[in-house]
Design a binder for this molecule. Structure first.
Ligand code: 5AD
Ligand code: SF4
Length: 485
């Protein structure tokens, strides 16, 4: 029986004539069923199904939350809509950099005329941006047509909030500052049948000085290993072969559990799950990456040969001001250890350019570490000032011209190295997980290597979700052209 079917039955068995239970997740099962009765009645009145559209911004953590929102909406009786003229539109927002916020206001403005045309339309906003007081205030004042506003801690309450909205006839705003709650066993609608993200922890305790995440996602809390294992087993039974374990800082997994457990120990438990073929995880903070984890990665048959290890900067002064708690030398030593233990490990990173008070010499240190590590790829970001973070109060913000110039130089270097590193595997036969039909050329399929690179090759759709061997015939810079062998 699939995970969703079992859950569906539990929801169906709820008695709507009694009071809403206090306990979770039963309380949400009650509200899902109740919302469903409203949506079914409305759909019958209109003579058509009601549609939903979940628009996701930001990271993999948000993408997983979006799947949970979709799971609840589908259980309520909405069907997936194509675009933003759907009956229920929700933006799952990101606020890690300022431009993420700007995008949301633009898209939100375009929903207003759609809502005027469709009196049954509901608009929701949730996610990281909603955890900022000034955002909610602005929405209250200038975007009163928004029906639901909630944050990062109560995504699981979507059905209850929808019922509140339908019964109260006025907007519902429910933002929590933080939580210790982790509600298990709710529906989720996976984007891919064969792979899935799995949250292993929520929140972050690191307080890197530029970063807003600890303020909007709250304190670190880990899921119990037995809940994680149970979820992965159910996913595997439902066709999943690859999981991506998600957390802001997976290397500190388990520290706050009643029975503490390390991330390396958790990985060993997950490795034992029959039928699971590939394990990925992100994000790793360099300061917490243990020798135990390196040994587990080295000996594992399932953990992919890819590690995302954000460096952020190469200068020790800047790393200190960023509160990263490692030095350039310490990071390089860690990389040496990793490469010695796992020679074919692909390393990727995040880098911020233009942190306050960054001098040319500091920037040269970043260029230097990039040249020494030789990343397979790197996400480069221009520093964005986030109100409320310690870095926002630093006096010397670097001028835009200087930042732009450094950013371009860095990007050029990163891309040059990346193309060189990628080429190393040209001609080899490697295992790929077939993920999709190629968007530009439907005769091609796209597969992902263990090291996270993509390869395009002739094949048919039946291969989606399969692990097959492909020869990497030609390196095209950041991806390969290949053929099935
Ligand atoms: N400005 C620019 N980049 C940032 N990141 C986090 N906060 C900021 C900020 N204020 C980047 C970091 C992090 C990635 C997810 O986003 O590099 O690793
Ligand atoms: Fe932000 Fe640092 Fe936490 Fe990552 S580890 S989410 S950069 S505070």
């Amino acid at each position: 029986m699939s995970y969703n079917k079992e859950l569906h039955d539990k929801i169906e068995n709820i008695d709507l004539n009694s009071e809403a239970p206090i306990e979770e997740p039963q309380r949400q099962y009650y509200y899902i069923k109740k919302a469903k009765s409203y949506i079914t009645a409305l759909s019958q009145k209109l003579g058509r199904p009601l549609t939903h559209k979940v628009v996701n911004f930001g990271c993999q953590m948000n993408a997983r939350d979006a799947e949970k929102l979709e799971g609840i909406l589908e259980e309520i009786g909405y069907v997936k809509g194509e675009d933003e003229d759907s009956d229920f539109v929700i933006f799952n927002t990101c606020t890690v950099r300022e431009n993420a916020n700007t995008k949301v206001y633009g898209r939100l403005g375009r929903l207003k005329p759609l809502k005027k045309k469709n009196s049954n339309m509901m608009i929701g906003l949730c996610g990281c941006m909603m955890q900022e007081e000034n955002v909610v205030e602005k929405l209250r004042q200038s975007y009163s047509y928004v029906d639901l506003i909630f944050g990062t801690h109560n995504v699981y309450k979507l059905a209850e909030l929808i019922v509140n909205r339908l019964e109260s006839k006025s907007s519902v705003i429910d933002i929590w500052e933080d939580t210790n709650n982790i509600v298990e066993d709710l529906p989720s609608e996976r984007k891919y049948s064969f792979k899935s993200g799995v949250n292993i922890m929520f929140g972050c305790n690191n307080f890197c000085s530029y970063c807003i995440v600890p303020y909007v996602r709250g304190r670190e809390r880990s899921r119990k290993s037995k809940d994680i294992i149970k979820e992965i087993q159910a996913l595997v039974a439902d066709g999943v072969v690859e999981v991506m374990l998600l957390g802001q800082n997976v290397n500190s997994y388990g520290k706050n559990l009643e029975e503490p457990m390390s991330f390396a120990q958790l990985l060993q438990e997950i490795e034992k799950i029959d039928g699971l073929k590939r394990i990925r995880f992100m994000t790793s903070h360099p300061k917490d990456l243990s020798d135990e984890l390196i040994a587990v990665m080295k000996n594992s048959k399932k953990i992919c040969k890819h590690l995302h290890l954000p460096v952020q900067a190469g200068s020790n002064q800047i790393l200190k001001k960023m509160n990263r708690k490692y030095t350039k030398e310490g990071y390089l030593e860690l990389v040496s250890k990793l490469k010695a233990a796992i020679p074919d490990l692909s390393l990727t990173t995040d880098i911020i350019v233009g942190f306050p008070e960054e001098t040319e010499e500091d920037f040269e240190e970043t260029m230097d570490i990039v040249k020494k590590v030789r990343y397979d790829s790197a996400f480069t970001f221009i520093y964005s000032k986030r109100t409320g973070t310690p870095a926002a109060a630093l006096p010397d913000q670097v001028s835009q011209d200087v930042v732009k110039n450094r950013f371009d130089r860095l990007l050029k270097e990163v891309q040059k190295i990346s193309a060189e590193v990628t080429k190393i595997h040209e001609g080899k036969v490697m295992e790929v997980l077939v993920e999709d039909v190629n968007q530009q050329d439907p005769t091609l399929m796209t597969g992902r290597l263990s090291n996270n690179l993509l390869v395009h090759f002739k094949g048919n759709q039946d291969l989606i979700g399969e692990l097959i061997n492909v020869k990497l015939t030609e390196c095209k810079g950041f991806y390969y052209a290949g053929e099935i062998v």
